[in-house]
Unconditional design. Structure first.
Length: 195
């Protein structure tokens, strides 16, 4: 591991500690990790398979390494236990963010506009018009009764962009993606029933 920019100031503080200080700090950290990860190591971001080792050991190792090698500034206002716990909390949050980001990237988003506006070129105008009307009716049936989906569909028909729709619904852009998925799912369900 490389030496960080806070190595010297951290080492001065570490030199003042005795074995008992370390024992107490490590015990407090273990209790804190056990509290933070209570029943969260069975699945998700904090599993052994995701982290590559036991979650408790993983976060303890990171915290100690960051202090010992000077990657993290040990601030004067915090004792050893408090500083280690701050590092642990930060890395627990980072793992959750990384896990949810990876999970979101693995989800395939279906663009309903592309799906419903594609028509085969060989068909005559009359058949295309009937199919187009049928698709619109299917979407209209799918959104019926769900206020958010109705607003989403009206905004799509008006040509509004994702950000504009998010502002209209007063939600963030990720919620719009979820609503699009929900709409696509409902449309598929209706199509199955029609067959």
């Amino acid at each position: 591991m490389e030496i960080g920019q806070y190595f010297k100031p951290n080492q001065k503080k570490i030199a003042k500690l005795n074995d008992n200080d370390w024992r107490i700090a490590l015990k407090k950290c273990k209790e804190h990790i056990r509290y933070r990860l209570f029943q969260k190591t069975l699945y998700g971001a904090h599993t052994s398979s995701n982290l590559g080792k036991d979650p408790f050991q993983y976060y303890m190792d990171i915290a100690c390494d960051k202090i010992l090698f000077g990657d993290w500034e040990w601030q004067d206002k915090f004792g050893l236990a408090e500083q280690l716990i701050r590092i642990i909390n930060s890395y627990i949050s980072k793992e959750v963010d990384k896990y949810t980001t990876n999970k979101e990237e693995s989800i395939k988003y279906v663009d309903i506009e592309d799906e419903f506006y594609q028509t085969p070129y060989e068909e005559s105008d009359n058949i295309q018009e009937n199919e187009y009307s049928s698709r619109l009716n299917t979407i209209d049936m799918a959104v019926r009764g769900d206020i958010e989906l109705e607003i989403l569909w009206e905004a799509i028909k008006e040509g509004k962009k994702r950000v504009e729709i998010a502002e209209l619904l007063e939600v963030d852009s990720r919620r719009i993606d979820k609503l699009r998925e929900k709409l696509a799912f409902k449309v598929k369900q209706i199509k199955k029933l029609e067959k």
